[in-house]
Design a protein around this ligand. Structure first.
Ligand SMILES: *[C@@H]1O[C@H](CO)[C@@H](O)[C@H](O)[C@H]1NC(C)=O
Ligand SMILES: *[C@@H]1O[C@H](CO)[C@@H](O)[C@H](O)[C@H]1NC(C)=O
Ligand SMILES: *[C@@H]1O[C@H](CO)[C@@H](O)[C@H](O)[C@H]1NC(C)=O
Ligand SMILES: *[C@@H]1O[C@H](CO)[C@@H](O)[C@H](O)[C@H]1NC(C)=O
Ligand SMILES: *[C@@H]1O[C@H](CO)[C@@H](O)[C@H](O)[C@H]1NC(C)=O
Ligand SMILES: *[C@@H]1O[C@H](CO)[C@@H](O)[C@H](O)[C@H]1NC(C)=O
Length: 342
């Protein structure tokens, strides 16, 4: 059994309105992982962040969900901030990570059926956790990134991301071809480089209004030095991202983009089993929250989610990729309503 030490930047002592900024070791001090609702706890909600985020992604949801009476746990996932980042990329495969999440839950919420939430790669992990370990879940939700069959079917064989970009299946995943390249790790390992990466990712533009991150090309390394400051988040929050992620550089986050083939191999087994039962369907109650302005996720990617979920609720917010911190009130209202109806 692999042992991964999880930490969290925000999970403890959340009270309505304010998050604690203490780092908590979620792996070995389970007693301190809880947000502490003053109301009696209705259950546990586990929140999985995406790239290039960390537990801080959920800074507006932890207090809100706590105020509803839930205990909330938001770990830094593998490769981020204080959580482990081993050298072997296979640790990042979504099946392996699903096992880590199950172990974490065995420690911090034994025997409980929890509510799981995920954004971006955290959504990808949430789907696979729901596929491999449905017995842990009461319900789950994801933001921004819809479910896609991670492979196109056992009969079709393996298709590399490059092929699926070039033949028009997933044109906006072209940036992943750059990000899976190990050259990215070297280019974004120092604090100054990490700062430039986050400035581009969070919307910094040149004097002419040109950004340095595109779904079709990835990062334009050459114009990074000419970007003005990002305006997506307050400067204090921006410094928190730069400081936390600089501890390890971008390698740990980018490794999430390097497991597609491993995931496909792991999931073949699941695929054959599911197809024998009539197809790809999740029976756990599920909410998808569309981010309408997310240029990485055009509507065709989520046009027909009903085919995969027995109990689908679909909502939508007028936000870009990071809806949970771009439009926290709207996202919280959607989550609160859905949770209230479970
Ligand atoms: C962080 O933890 C220390 C020691 O437990 C405590 O004194 C401090 O108030 C905490 N800070 C926050 C922001 O919760
Ligand atoms: C406790 O829950 C009630 C609703 O049941 C809510 O109105 C109240 O704000 C909650 N209290 C706190 C301290 O969160
Ligand atoms: C996907 O893989 C199958 C089987 O190897 C192959 O026949 C097909 O051409 C591939 N599709 C693309 C877009 O490369
Ligand atoms: C691209 O290739 C995949 C895998 O072979 C196939 O399922 C899909 O229909 C193709 N799409 C287009 C637009 O050709
Ligand atoms: C990495 O750095 C090299 C040398 O500065 C540069 O040519 C290349 O474009 C960079 N790549 C990325 C993805 O930033
Ligand atoms: C941009 O941010 C840096 C800190 O990261 C700050 O020192 C600088 O003054 C900012 N520039 C502008 C034009 O706001």
């Amino acid at each position: 059994m692999r042992i991964l030490k999880f930490f969290s930047f925000i999970a403890v002592a959340a009270t309505t309105g304010l998050c604690s900024q203490n780092i908590t070791d979620l792996g070995t001090i389970p007693g301190t992982t809880e947000s502490h609702p003053t109301n009696s706890s209705l259950g546990t909600i586990l929140l999985l962040h995406g790239f290039p985020d960390f537990s801080y992604a959920w800074r507006y949801q932890v207090p809100y969900l706590t105020s509803l009476g839930y205990r909330v746990i938001a770990p830094d996932l593998i490769g981020y901030a204080n959580t482990d980042a081993p050298w072997e990329i296979s640790n990042w495969a979504l099946k392996a990570q699903s096992g880590d999440i199950a172990s974490l839950l065995d420690q911090v919420a034994p025997g409980e059926k929890i509510i799981l939430g995920g954004h971006d790669w955290g959504a990808g992990l949430a789907y696979m956790f729901a596929a491999w370990h449905p017995e842990y879940l009461k319900a789950f939700f994801t933001l921004s990134v819809p479910y896609t069959r991670p492979w196109l079917g056992p009969a079709l064989g393996w298709n590399d991301t490059l092929d699926l970009v070039e033949n028009g299946t997933y044109p906006t995943l072209a940036y992943q071809l750059q990000w899976r390249d190990p050259a990215m790790d070297r280019n974004y390992s120092t604090e100054a480089d990490v700062r430039q990466f986050y400035n581009a990712a969070f919307g910094g533009v040149t004097a002419d209004g040109v950004g340095a991150l595109s779904p079709f090309t990835g990062i334009d390394h050459d114009i990074l030095p000419f970007l003005g400051n990002q305006t997506s988040i307050p400067p204090d929050d921006f410094e928190i991202y730069v400081k936390k992620i600089s501890q390890k550089g971008l390698r740990g986050g980018l490794n999430w983009y390097r497991t597609r083939r491993m995931n496909w191999e792991d999931e073949l087994e699941l695929a054959v089993e599911w197809e024998s039962k009539g197809g790809f369907r999740f029976s756990t109650p599920y909410l998808f929250v569309v981010a309408e302005q997310d240029t990485f996720m055009p509507p065709k990617y989520y046009a027909d989610l009903g085919q995969y979920f027995d109990q689908l609720t679909q909502e939508s917010v007028d936000a870009g990729h990071w809806s949970m911190w771009e439009k926290p009130d709207e996202v919280n209202a959607i989550l609160g309503k859905w949770i209230g109806e479970l």
